[in-house]
Design a binder for this molecule. Structure first.
Ligand code: NAD
Ligand code: UDP
Length: 328
């Protein structure tokens, strides 16, 4: 039985990856420190024979007994609001955390896949974004803590690949959504759906002409799964190329949720990318992958999930673990 370590296991993508690899018959070790994650995302796996959970901050030395075939490094705050609140932890998990996991992969002879992001392209001057575009990132802007950590993560991963001959994979994830996103994480889909459910107006930042392209989680997980098992060691974009302006998207959500509220406009956050759309030609070619779930279907499933949450969840303003970690 293949053994895989998944960091960020209690988070949105990490928990779906745990599910997928359990389904494929792997022995899964989930690791998380809960800074932006939630135990309830993996509650259904705890106690199963082939699932282990280790509560650990990956910026500290990682010790695991026995063999390890694969590592998926997904631990990192991912929402702009999260990484603005915990900037040092964001830099540390991308830099020190990745270094620890590469060291672990080297010691165990594991193949490692790291979660990179469309943010490494910054506010892109090339559209749609292809993997050979170097990006347009403000190193010292508020988003720099995330973008630069991820760029360092890619660089050190390729250094381990070239210098130590490590088997590495890099996925550049574009905006992905679905059940188990945190309702209060500030990302646009939970933000708009939470507002609709609470009867608040939908806050569009800027004039809403900036674009994003949203990928349903099931498609994203399939792409990551195929990339891990492929023999391609350079970065690959995984996302849905179906692009939409944030204003049109807010209108779509008003229609879907049936809310009587309206759109209100707020300031555009500093360095908020004005356009984002993945070019997925490479993923199509080498992984024979493309997204299958329409936005209409994916958004409906996601809204049903948010609707099923308790009112305590709906009105919770801040993640409980932030304050504790900020003190450290
Ligand atoms: P998330 O916040 O739901 O999950 C991240 C998980 O990592 C959380 O459970 C958190 O507690 C854990 N974590 C953070 N720092 C840690 C540390 N030092 N030690 C151990 N655990 C730690 O976010 P997500 O959307 O699931 O994102 C997962 C990964 O995918 C991240 O690396 C993110 O950068 C990347 N990504 C996600 C998206 C997206 O659209 N969801 C887009 C681009 C990249
Ligand atoms: N956004 C918005 N209103 C919100 C939250 C986000 O208009 O309440 C916008 C944000 O400015 C950005 C887009 O939605 O242009 C996507 O933001 P998100 O935080 O989901 O992630 P990003 O793609 O910026 O990393």
């Amino acid at each position: 039985m293949k053994k895989i370590l998944i960091t960020g296991a209690a988070g949105f993508l990490g928990s779906h990856l745990c599910d997928r690899f359990m389904k494929e018959g792997y022995h899964v070790i989930g690791m998380d420190n809960f800074i932006t994650g939630d135990k309830k995302n993996i509650q259904h796996l705890l106690g199963l024979e082939n699932f282990e959970f280790v509560a650990h901050d990956v910026t500290n030395f990682i010790e695991l007994r026995g063999r390890l075939d694969y590592i998926l490094h997904f631990a990192s705050p991912a929402s702009p609001i999260d990484y603005l609140k915990i900037p040092i932890q964001t830099l540390k998990v991308g830099a020190l955390g990745t270094h620890n996991l590469l060291g672990l992969a080297k010691a165990k002879g594991s193949r490692i896949l790291i979660a990179s992001t469309s943010e490494i392209y910054g506010d892109p001057l090339v559209h749609p974004q292809t993997e050979d575009y170097y990006g347009n990132v403000n190193t010292i802007g508020p988003r720099g803590v995330y973008d630069e950590a991820k760029r360092f993560q890619e660089a050190i991963t390729m250094a381990y690949n070239r210098f130590h001959g490590l088997e590495t994979r890099i996925v550049r994830i574009f905006n992905t959504y679905g059940p188990r996103m945190r309702l209060n994480d500030g990302r646009v889909i939970p933000a708009f759906m939470g507002q609709a459910l609470r009867g608040e107006d939908l806050t569009v930042f800027g004039d809403g002409s900036q674009t994003r392209s949203f990928c349903y989680v099931e498609d994203q997980i399939e792409g990551i799964y195929r990339l891990l098992l492929s023999d391609y060691e350079y970065p690959v974009n995984i996302g849905n190329p179906h692009e939409i302006t944030i204003k049109d998207f807010a209108e779509e959500i008003i229609k879907l949720t049936g809310t009587k509220q309206k759109i209100v406009y707020k300031d555009l956050p500093v360095n908020d990318p004005l356009q984002r759309q993945p070019d997925i030609s490479l993923a199509k070619k080498i992984l024979n992958w493309e997204p299958k779930v329409s936005r209409e279907k994916g958004m409906k499933i996601t809204f049903d999930y948010f609707k099923s949450l308790s009112s305590e969840e709906l009105y919770k303003a801040e993640h409980k673990n932030f304050k504790e970690h900020i003190k450290k």
